[in-house]
Design a protein. Structure first.
Length: 151
């Protein structure tokens, strides 16, 4: 069974979707997912508390079960994103090299764009090779806020 809830965060509303075991996705804004029940579960409470702690500068590492749905390549990229330390950034090229696909920068960018669990899987920590801020699902203003929060 899938559950969802809108969490009013410091960066705006976040629609959180989980099942009985893990976090499935976080969407920026208010959405009403199909095939899911609106219910605040124990896991949902843990997710909201940890996101709040992160946005308040009190948490650097999340301790949540994650179950992002995607292709094998996407999951490889998302696992690489999880290795980027708090307060640090990497380029798309860095991630491509890390997953042993050095010419796959563009594909890494697409996988980054399809990350279903932003903030927790820190796609905001990926920037252009020249240090530029490039696309973010929540908008560049939120990406900048998250990076500033992390110092």
């Amino acid at each position: 069974m899938k559950y969802w809830e809108v969490y009013e965060s410091k960066i705006g509303p976040l629609t959180i979707i989980c099942d009985d075991e893990a976090l499935l996705s976080i969407d920026f804004g208010r959405t009403e997912p199909e095939h899911a029940t609106k219910k605040r579960t124990e896991l949902m409470n843990r997710i909201c508390v940890q996101v709040e702690e992160y946005l308040s500068g009190e948490r650097r590492v999340f301790d949540l079960p994650l179950k992002p749905e995607g292709t094998e390549f996407q999951r490889k990229v998302w696992n690489a994103l999880l290795t980027i330390p708090y307060g640090e950034t990497k380029s798309y090229k860095d991630i491509a090299v890390q997953i042993e696909n050095p010419k796959g920068c563009r594909a890494v960018g697409m996988a980054n764009n399809r990350n279903p669990i932003p903030i927790i899987i820190p796609c905001h920590r990926v920037i252009g090779a020249n240090g530029s801020m490039v696309g973010y699902g929540g908008g560049l203003d939120i990406k900048v806020k998250l990076l500033e929060l992390e110092g």
